[in-house]
Design a protein. Structure first.
Length: 620
């Protein structure tokens, strides 16, 4: 029988009938072999030899220090001592003997042990009963193979009488299964034997500080599986995406499901509150409880601490401290088992980094809506419904409301934050009424929960957070790009920014916005790259363009470029490449329409309007 079951039920059959068990204050020792089932499968019949050798070593150590074997079951031992000091010495001798023994087929036998002192009663079957027996068993069950844990009561009796080469390490309080109150535990540190163990297998182990999520995690099953898989292979993974795309929520879900993969825990480091990249190291150190040391930088202390740790750091909102990226690479170089998961609107651009763009939630096809049941399974729709029910419990999606809900999600680009902000308005508006008020979207999408950061309480603030982190050249390009409807090609961007005084290449500037998740690159019909902006980002960009006073100049250049393109297409319709030109005009349909609509009323644009309307492209 697997030994952990024996510890879960410490009423082990008595093996001491006829012997005198210690009375009064008694120290109990519980032990069992870690991974005994695995060893049994590995060794087969030879396991019996290993078990006999293990029992012999334990009996010799316990009897040498006046221990009484109360019972055994499988590979578990239950031993009683009238002296806490004897019990501790027996455990030390046993661990040393087990470590020195040459085991069958060279396997590694690791035995966990727990010591606790109390005042139990003896039953009619000459075994111990009472809460102290259970406490001792639970303490042992929280240990790892090769580890010896002792309770506070045992510590109080032996703390000043330790044998040579033995010290005690304070592990703090831990909640143990079936015990109401947390127990203060200590670990024996025996010279020459391993002393660095994973967090205890207790209920309250502080192996993570992940914030408790008050809302359910919806959808993202594909992304969740992919990120977890990547994190088993990669050491630095950066989740990128625009504000409101759900990077943090996905990262927290990944981290919570992977706690068991890291022996020394998973820790969440919120970087949004700081803007000084020089504070990143101290912020991480504070989360991990690493104190500053005189004569040593906090970054070096951090490296020292992480050197031997199997640990996952979740660094959230790295974009505003991006110049601290080299520190991330330094921490990874200092620790072989450290892994770092980053959320950022911008990639870190350091060696070993793998970027994972977090996409918007999948959206249904508005031209062919699926059945109500199928529509309800779309993550965007499901998110809207669940968040709407949080403020209006009787809300449900019906055949009547389904088209409006689907279009709301579509017009919000599938961004989780935008959908949540819209759903919060369901208490005041029906989906149809909401859809009618969704222009302008940024004005409507406000009123997020007060416990969220300010940048997440309105979508405008979420986008402004990214925009404010851009330099002047990047902001200018972002504003210019918002004029394009349905995206644009490189040559169109060049036409709008031809008087760039900084001499920064358009490709470099476009690459920078791509890295910062404010732009997406897709393949055009001609196979060339095309740059597209989410509509919510574009709406914000147009606001900034109008406020800058540059709007008329940029719109004029936009219309002038597409007039030239339309006239070039007109001249090519009789040539062999007419199909390619027709495809291109179809691709630029929305830009051509926007240029024509603007030129109809813009002062000084009459000629552009007439010439554009006179081309075959003007029939769109």
């Amino acid at each position: 029988m697997p030994s952990r079951k024996a510890m879960a039920n410490p009423s082990i059959p008595s093996a001491g009938a006829g012997q005198h068990l210690p009375l009064g204050t008694v120290t109990f020792l519980f032990t069992d072999i870690e991974g005994s089932t695995r060893l049994l499968q590995q060794l087969g019949e030879k396991y019996a030899i290993l078990l006999a050798e293990h029992k012999q070593l334990l009996r010799e150590a316990c009897e040498a220090h006046n221990g009484s074997v109360v019972g055994t079951q499988g590979d578990s031992f239950f031993v009683a001592f009238s002296s806490a000091e004897d019990a501790l010495n027996a455990a030390v001798q046993a661990q040393r003997a087990l470590a020195a023994h040459k085991w069958t087929d060279g396997v590694n036998v690791r035995v966990r042990m727990g010591l606790h002192t109390g005042e139990p009663q003896i039953s009619a079957s000459e075994s111990y009963v009472g809460i102290d027996v259970h406490r001792a068993a639970r303490i042992a069950a929280a240990a790892h193979g090769g580890q010896v844990l002792i309770s506070q009561t045992t510590y109080d009796l032996v703390g000043s009488e330790l044998p040579d080469g033995v010290t005690l390490q304070d592990l703090g309080e831990h909640r143990l299964k079936d015990l109401r109150q947390a127990k203060h535990l200590y670990q024996l540190v025996i010279t020459g034997l391993p002393s660095d163990f994973p967090p205890l297998m207790s209920l309250g182990t502080a192996s993570n500080n992940l914030p408790i999520q008050l809302t359910s995690f919806i959808g993202r099953s594909t992304e969740l599986g992919e990120v977890k898989q990547l994190l088993t292979k990669e050491r630095l993974l950066t989740l990128t995406g625009p504000g409101g795309s759900g990077k943090t929520r996905l990262a927290l879900q990944v981290a919570s499901e992977m706690i068991g993969h890291f022996n020394h825990g998973v820790f969440f480091v919120a970087l949004a509150p700081i803007i000084d990249s020089g504070l990143v190291a101290s912020t991480i150190a504070q989360v991990l409880g690493i104190p500053e040391r005189a004569g040593r930088s906090i970054a070096d202390s951090l490296k020292d601490y992480l050197q031997s740790k199997s640990l996952l750091l979740l660094l959230d909102n790295f974009e505003q401290v991006i110049s601290a990226a080299p520190l991330v690479a330094e921490l990874l170089a200092a620790s072989r088992e450290l892994k770092i998961l980053v959320t950022s609107r911008e990639v870190l651009r350091v060696s070993g980094e793998l970027a994972y763009p977090v996409p918007p939630l999948p959206l249904p096809d508005l031209t062919q809506l699926p059945s109500l049941e199928a529509l309800s399974q779309y993550a965007a729709v499901k998110l809207f419904v669940q968040r709407a029910q949080a403020v209006k419990p009787d809300f449900s999606i019906t055949n009547d409301t389904a088209p409006a809900v689907a279009e709301i999600c579509y017009r919000l680009d599938g961004l989780p934050l935008a959908i949540e902000l819209a759903a919060a308005r369901i208490k005041l508006l029906t989906p149809r009424a909401m859809l009618a008020r969704l222009e302008p979207r940024l004005e409507f999408l406000t009123g997020g929960p007060r416990d969220l950061p300010a940048r997440q309480q309105t979508l405008r603030e979420a986008i402004a957070w990214s925009y404010d982190l851009l330099n002047e050249i990047e902001q200018e390009l972002f504003r210019c790009l918002s004029i394009f409807v349905g995206g644009c090609a490189v040559e169109a961007v060049e036409a709008l920014t031809e008087d760039n005084p900084a001499r920064v290449s358009v490709l470099d500037k476009l690459g920078s916005l791509l890295d910062k998740s404010l732009l997406r690159e897709v393949e055009g019909t001609d196979g060339e790259p095309r740059f597209v902006m989410l509509e919510l980002l574009r709406e914000f960009g147009l606001e900034q363009l109008e406020a800058s006073g540059e709007q008329e100049r940029i719109r004029y250049r936009h219309a002038d470029f597409f007039l030239a393109l339309a006239e070039q297409a007109e001249a090519s319709l009789e040539r062999t490449e007419q199909v390619q030109w027709m495809d291109r005009m179809e691709q630029e349909h929305d830009n051509l329409r926007a240029a024509l609509e603007w030129s109809k009323t813009a002062e000084g644009a009459e000629e552009i309007c007439l010439r554009l309307a006179g081309t075959s492209a003007g029939s769109f």
